[in-house]
Structure formats: C-alpha cells, structure tokens
Design a protein around this ligand. Sequence first.
Ligand SMILES: [Zn+2]
Length: 319
Amino acid sequence: MNYIVFDLEWNQSPGGKSKENPKLPFEIIEIGAVRLNENFEQTGTFQEVIRPLVYHHLHFRMKEVVPVSEDELMKARTFSRVARDFLEWCGDDFAFVTWGNLDVLELQRNLDYYRIPYSFGKPLLYFDLQKLYSIRYSDGKKRLALEDAAGELGIPKTIPFHRALDDALYTAQIMEMMDFDAVKQYVSVDYYKLPENREEEIYLDFPTYSKYVSRIFPDKNTAISDKNVSSLGCPKCKMPVWKKIRWFSTGNSGVYLGLVKCPRHGFIKGKIRLKKLPDERIFVVKTTKITDQETADEIRKKRADLQEKRRQIRRRKKS
Ligand SMILES: [Zn+2]
C-alpha cells in the first residue's frame, strides 16, 4: 500500500460570501502530492496548477499566501483534466495523508461538483498528520501550523511554504521523522460522505477511546432519541454497565456528557457531539473513553453546577 501525501491550494469568492457559489465555496487551484511506499520512501510526486472556472479572480487573502499569479492560473488545465490524472497517479491501493482535516473534504466536494467518479472507500479513513503530530508530541488537541511543526523537528526551510507540492513534501518529511507507526492507529474518518442508513454507521476502536459516527437525522430530537446514539457501554468489553449519570447537555451547544461504570474497567465517559449540516440536518459523533475517578467527579460537578444554574434562572423568572 502507498501513502498519498497531498496538499491543495484553493480560492474562494473574491466578492465575499454574497457572491459565493454555495455548491463550491472553495475552488481548488493547485494539487501537490508525494507518493510514499510502506517504508516512507518517495516513489513519485504530482504537481499541477488548475484553471478556475467558478471564481476568476483570486480572493485578496489568497494573493497574500499563494504565490500563483492569475496569469499562471489562466494558462493552466481545468480541474476535470488535472483531477482525473491525479486519481490515476494515486493508483488503487493507497491511503491519503494530509496536514489537517480540510483537504480530503474539499477534494471530494470539487470532484462531486464536476461529477468526476471516484471510489475512496466508505467509510473513508485517512491520516490527518496534524492530529497525529499532536498525539505524538503534544496533548492530542493542539494543532500546529505545518511550518511550526517542521521547525520543531528541525527540518530546514529550504523550500517556500504554501505551494501545494512544497507543503506535501514537508508533510511527507514530518511523517518520515515522527515515528508514524506509533500513532497510525489513530486514523481519521471523513465526514463528507456520511452513513446513509443504520447499517453504514461507523464504529472505530482506538487504543484509548472508541468512536461512533451516526447516519443523518432530520433533526436534533430524532437524533438524541435514537438508541444507537444514546447507548453508552464499555468500549473494551461488552459487559452490562452501571448507569451513573444520564446524558446531560453541557451548555456548549450540541455537546452532551454521560457517565457509566463497567465492573471490570471502571468509569467510562461518553461524549456526544451533534453536528449540523448546511441543510440543518444532524449527525452525531459519539466518543467513549475509559476514565478515572477524578474525571468522573468532574463530570458529576459539572452536572450539579449546571442544575444549580438552571434552578437559579427558574427562581429568578418566578419572582
Ligand atoms: Zn469493560
């Protein structure tokens, strides 16, 4: 299997949101990619600038960061042609690697816009190296810019950043240097093509937590009353668990917490995130994690504080 480390440069409506094409808010204007074999050795590169067909002028912010001139863009081939060549160059047996979680989404949105067929697998699993870098060197939550991560690892800045191939090359170098095998089990799952029915819903087990991605629901209430969404069990064993705290809204919009206890593995923290699609429909990402007494106490306190706050608000309304 090959790794396709890729980076995209895209443009957006130069006239602002009001003149945006809602089907293509970000139009790809360059694809850069490095192909690595299983030993992280480079076996090829891909780079091509793309002539935009939706936004003919560069957004001012793009002019600042992407050193591609409008002249160069107008001479280039269109996305349909470049993307077909890119897909062929990727081959059949590969996994995508990107810095961040946006490129995989935008690639698919552009492919769909031009009705170009592709099969990336469903669910589409890929490696978000920005996340993996954080798991490897930091708290797993912090996100570093590519340039800063390269700096931290002492990779010399011999090529400029923000050209697609250059960024892909830096990403590939970081991948090579960071002991990728130690963190590669933390794959990312693409949310662009969501499960269409219960059978397609996604269950992933990671060393320290489990993740569930639901199908799409028409609204919030249908989502939270679904039994796959609301179930909370032990991610390690499938033993019956003791309910400690039922799901409660954290006050952060769309985030719910819950707590159970497994007789063998102890406290288990559940977190539900309701995610809204542009058409207002809802899908759910739920994570379950084995946790300690301290975190369990924090969850209890959080719920008690929220209940107290609500009580006060009710009292104020009455008086
Ligand atoms: Zn258990």
